[in-house]
Design a protein around this ligand. Structure first.
Ligand code: 5BU
Length: 453
């Protein structure tokens, strides 16, 4: 992924572009809406943006810099700080008292001003702004723009003799979002139709609710987790990556009321003892009505997996309601899992994972062909016949410095249409575990409701 692409993805996470049906100032209905103002609230992103914009031009060609109010003001300020081009401020309306100035700051006649704009649409607002600057004796030859909506504005200004340097256009943005599975084909079609002047079909695909999924499935483990979700108004799975039986049981007790399932890595429990660890855990799962999901990630031939599933000290098949399994062993490797809901690992959340789109597609075929597979773990959308489980969820961090990559609950419900979020450190490392699990439960449930409106 090149830097510009990953930069755009960082910006996208701040919610700068939305897809749906939006009425623009002109009254036209647009399938996308762009608002770059949130970029100014993230100083690191604003700094990077400033560097990218400055790379589009040669600063020595200009004497001063000015942002079109309001969205471009912080951008122009950041560019001024970085390039040392003096900033002037253009008012939206002239003051009605005192100096009645439209342009504030220090400038002199004949200076060449670099104009900064956030989004260019028709170009009309720039064509209104430029004369107001030129009236002060300042010349404008170049405009840098973060996003060209490709609605004729750039061409119009170029016809009038201005040089327009844009960092992204909407086609590039869609391409990057498509490569990262963040935009659907329907949304791309709508945008293309909009840009080419064709009629836009705004009918949106509806996602199945938990109730509808419950009606569709025949798998008893899928039914169970969906029933719990509906009853507890939760789609939260807490990952109990703790090291002792006491910690595990304490954690289960605290998060129990808020979760649909507790995910374990049972082989990291240092004092594991079936009777001391599993029996009380099973009791808690009954009392608080949550499932036990062992994140074993089986990855062997069927026969070995069968042995690993039922034997050894952990005897997973005796207590787990759900298990995760890789599909690397191929078609029949999943057949050994009986009386358990299997969650197939289709794609991983870690940086540089080998689960590329080819792998995911083949893994998905295997998952779909097995009735014991109730869903998949993935960072990408999957068909609604399977439940989607998404780890790599955190409200505060974007990574852990060891390869984990985080998204927010809002992001994964909106963009991946996930069914269940899996949260580990966001909860078990929190100062107040009960509160953190409640916060994630609420965030997950609200995001689910918003996605199904
Ligand atoms: P975290 O503390 O929220 O980063 O924990 C995430 C958990 O989900 C952890 O137990 C991982 O083993 C698990 N996980 C994951 O993070 N990413 C993946 O792609 C898969 C599992 Br598969």
């Amino acid at each position: 992924m090149d830097n510009k692409e990953s930069f755009l993805l960082e910006c996208y996470k701040l919610g700068i572009i939305k897809f749906g049906k939006f009425t623009l100032k002109s009254g036209i209905e647009s399938p996308f809406y762009v608002d770059l103002r949130p970029l100014a609230s993230d100083p690191k992103i604003l700094k990077k943006l400033s560097s990218y914009l400055l790379e589009l031009i040669s600063t020595t060609d200009f004497d001063i810099i000015c942002g079109v109010p309001y969205a471009a003001l912080p951008m122009a300020t950041a560019m001024s700080l970085q390039s040392e081009l003096p900033l002037i401020i253009k008012r939206k309306e002239a003051k009605t008292y005192g100096t009645k100035k439209l342009i504030e700051g220090i400038f002199s006649t004949g200076q060449n001003c670099l104009l900064v704009e956030d989004v260019i649409t028709s170009g009309k607002s720039l064509l209104e702004t430029i004369p107001e600057i030129e009236n002060e004796g300042i010349s404008v030859s170049d405009i840098v723009v973060v996003l060209d909506r490709q609605q004729g504005g750039k061409e119009l200004l170029e016809e009038k003799g201005f040089k327009v340097h844009s960092l992204f256009n909407i086609t590039e943005v869609c391409e990057i979002l498509r490569n990262n599975n963040l935009i659907s084909e329907e949304e791309i079609t709508r945008i293309n139709d909009f840009l080419t002047g064709n009629e836009v079909n705004f009918e949106v695909e509806k996602h199945l609710t938990y109730e509808q999924k419950l009606e569709k499935t025949n798998n008893s483990f899928a039914k169970k987790i969906l029933e719990i979700a509906i009853e507890k108004k939760s789609n939260l799975i807490a990952s109990a990556d703790v090291l002792t039986t006491k910690e595990l049981l304490d954690f289960a007790e605290k998060v129990g009321p808020n979760i649909v399932a507790l995910k374990t890595h049972i082989d990291i429990i240092t004092d594991f003892d079936f009777d001391e660890t599993i029996l009380p855990l099973k009791e808690l799962s009954k009392n608080y009505n949550f499932l036990l999901m062992e994140d074993r990630k089986f990855a062997d031939i069927g026969n070995t997996q069968e042995l690993q599933f039922a034997n050894g000290i952990y005897k997973i098949s005796f207590w787990a309601d759900l298990v995760t399994s890789q599909v690397i062993g191929g078609e029949t490797s999943l057949d050994c899992f009986l009386n358990v809901g299997v969650i197939a690992i289709l794609g991983m959340s870690s940086k540089g994972t080998l689960t590329n789109s080819d792998y995911r597609e083949n893994a998905l075929k295997i998952a779909l062909s097995h009735p014991n597979v109730i869903g998949g773990v993935s960072q990408n959308k999957i068909p609604e016949d399977l439940l989607l489980f998404t780890p790599g969820v955190n409200l505060e961090n974007s990574g852990d410095g060891k390869g984990q990559q985080y998204n927010t609950p809002e992001y994964v419900f909106k963009n991946l249409q996930t069914d269940f979020i899996i949260v580990g450190r966001g909860i078990y490392k929190a100062e107040n575990i009960e509160k953190a699990s409640l916060d994630y439960k609420i965030a997950g449930w609200n995001s689910y409701l918003t996605g199904n409106k």
